[in-house]
Design a protein around this ligand. Sequence first.
Ligand code: 13P
Length: 248
Amino acid sequence: MRQPLVAGNWKMNGSKASAETLLAGIKEGMGGISKTEVLVCPPFPYLGLAVSALAGSRVAVGAQNACTEAGGAFTGEVSAAMVKDVGCIYVILGHSERRQYYGETDEIIAKKYAQALAAGLTPILCVGETLAERERGETQSVVARHLDGVMETAGIEAIARGVIAYEPVWAIGTGMTATPEQAQEVHAFLRQRVAAKSAEVAAGVRILYGGSMKPDNALELMSQADIDGGLIGGASLKASDFLAICRA
Ligand code: 13P
């Protein structure tokens, strides 16, 4: 039985003050949420603050990125070990915004993934196609390439120790959610691809959906057989919306 996970990706939003308000709102509103694992991923400067604010709650904290290297002369970078050291449990890797705006390739993401595991973090590997790729009928080949980027280099055991998030790029921040059927089709495909290496890992690995998930579409999406939770952007910036998705 896979425990559902709902993760909030705050992206580069907010301030110290707004982060404090949001964290307090989430912490207070956790009553009645017992089956779902809840995670928030604030920007780096607010990670320590989030860990402190959420101490004693059931809400975990994660980062949105980490470096390919373990440490040393890499100005401006943050290592997975540092993220772990301040109390984080998860790290989002390979988000489409990182692939698109910062040139992250599957090779770079695989290195980051290995560093995250070595540091004791649980990586959340994002995969997903653009609208043009979907229209060309390349959805499966694109998500397979993203998944294989880690699975072929780090091995199936690395997949077992992480989480996968399917985020169709065309659904991110657009209000254009994938239909439950569209999402389920890709989730099932990803799980089958993992199953080709190990049925056991495929049965256990959680695959989240991300892309305009909101309180009013979360239940339908998460009712699908292979959707094990959500990676929430915009709706994770409002405590009531985020908590409503966790309840779904
Ligand atoms: P939105 O929920 O704003 O579409 O963002 C999804 C996302 O990119 C989460 O990582």
